[in-house]
Design a protein around this ligand. Structure first.
Ligand SMILES: *Cc1c(COP(=O)(O)O)cnc(C)c1O
Length: 421
């Protein structure tokens, strides 16, 4: 890099800081394009994208099926409002019913994950009120370390105090139990509870899969108590784990299932899907969204589902996911504590809070991964990734880890035995 010309990235970062709220901190990367699993930044550098815009870009970037579907739809009609129906929305809801194998499922389309969960919170309220009209059965049980979104309803069931507390008071009551602990769940679900909210794997929590049998135990508990089981598949759904739905793969059908991230393949859409009695809780006027499930996002989601099916991408997730797991497990570096996940969705638990440094070192070497927590890296490449791209990303990640651990031991030595000065 020359010193007299600031990069396009630098310039955009300055302008960003002068115009945007600081809720994200100024991002290190400014992207201008992408093709497949590769993205290009505004200075022309290319990266292998093992982050996919937070597990969103299921078909990678500029996939011809999405480009074609979105272009056609936007040229036809882009927006109708929800006072008017349109075929892409009906078709997408029917496709979801078919994938779920449940013609009794009913779908509400939102714009993103938090709105899908907001809808689930509202359904929980109606369910609790139907069970106990006195209003003493409105409690939601959620899990510690969970993430369900940033709007107040979804935030109220998010088990991360640092994200929640500045915005209290939040809707409630909500109880949080340790994730994966069946006994704690049993104790928390009493006669004041309307719904249980669970992720099959805690994504933002650091890619932490539920222990085997946990979702089934939750299903049995909810059946026995009449409590709604709400499964948040915003991150796990639509192929990420090698299955259309992680809950169904675990043998569990929720009462309410939420989707978003991968569903639109990069266009904004979320879905709240209810089964059985829960599917009938809303009546005309209960809930709404001006933009939710707009024809363009629905066309994109249909292209995503069609392509996953026609290209056999669930199988690709399983085979390339196994290669990714194997590659990550073979990394020999003292910074790596454990590797966990499934499909194309992996968390690398580090032994110290250096995930941001590893993310940055990998980016400098041309691979995007995500420091999902201070001590956890998340990998979530597009579902179209190839085995050679997996091998390349793992090689670069191992180099980045080596660079960070070398820098750390150098710093430790200069401080003497690694003890704080
Ligand atoms: C990302 C995420 C959300 C929130 O989705 P947004 O689209 O950011 O509102 C909710 N639940 C889970 C499990 C998520 O991963």
């Amino acid at each position: 890099m020359t010193t007299d010309t600031a990069s396009r990235t630098d310039e955009l970062q300055r302008r960003w800081a002068g115009a945007m709220m600081d809720n994200y901190g100024t991002p290190a990367l400014a992207l201008s394009g992408g093709k497949g699993v590769t993205v290009t930044d505004v200075d022309g550098r290319e990266y292998l994208d093992f982050f996919a815009g937070i597990a969103v870009s299921a078909l990678g970037h500029a996939h011809p099926a999405i480009v074609e579907a979105v272009t056609r739809q936007v040229g036809q009609i882009a927006h109708t409002s929800n006072l008017v129906l349109h075929e892409p929305g009906v078709r997408l809801a029917e496709r979801l019913q078919a994938l779920l194998g449940r013609p009794d499922a009913r779908v509400f389309f939102a714009n993103d994950g938090t709105e899908a969960n907001e809808c689930a919170v509202k359904l929980s309220r109606l369910h609790g009120r139907a069970m106990d009209p006195s209003g003493n059965r409105l409690r939601i049980v959620s899990t510690e370390n969970s993430f369900h979104g940033r709007t107040l309803g979804s935030l109220s069931v998010t088990g991360n105090a640092a994200k929640r507390e500045p915005f209290e008071p939040l809707p409630g009551p909500v109880s949080f139990v340790p994730f994966g602990d069946v006994q704690a769940l049993r104790e928390a679900v009493d006669g004041t509870v309307s719904a249980v909210f669970l992720e099959p794997t805690q994504g933002e929590g650091g890619v932490v899969p539920a222990p085997a049998g946990y979702l089934r135990a939750a299903r049995e508990l909810c059946d026995a108590t009449g409590v709604l089981l709400v499964i948040d598949e915003v991150q796990s759904g639509i192929g990420r784990t090698g299955h259309w739905f992680a809950s169904l793969a675990a043998g569990v059908v929720p009462d309410v299932l939420t989707l978003a991230k991968g569903l639109g393949g990069g266009l904004p859409i979320g879905a709240c899907i209810a089964f059985g009695d829960a599917a009938g809780l809303f009546g005309p006027g209960s809930h709404g969204s001006t933009f939710g499930g707009n024809p363009v996002s629905c066309a994109s989601a249909l292209a995503v589902i069609d392509t996953i099916e026609s290209q056999g991408l669930l199988d690709n997730v399983t085979t390339t996911g196994a290669a990714l797991e194997g590659g990550l497990r073979a990394i020999d570096n003292p910074l790596v504590a454990t590797v966990r996940g499934s499909g194309l969705w992996w968390g690398v638990q580090l032994t110290s809070a250096c995930a941001a440094a590893v993310e940055s070192a990998a980016r400098d070497r041309g691979v995007l991964v995500n420091a999902v927590k201070a001590d956890v890296l998340r990998l979530a490449p597009p579902l179209i990734v190839s085995e050679s791209q997996v091998a390349e990303a793992v090689r670069v990640l191992a180099e980045a880890l080596d660079a960070v651990s070398a820098a750390q031991s150098e710093a430790d030595q200069s401080q003497g035995n690694g003890l704080p000065a």
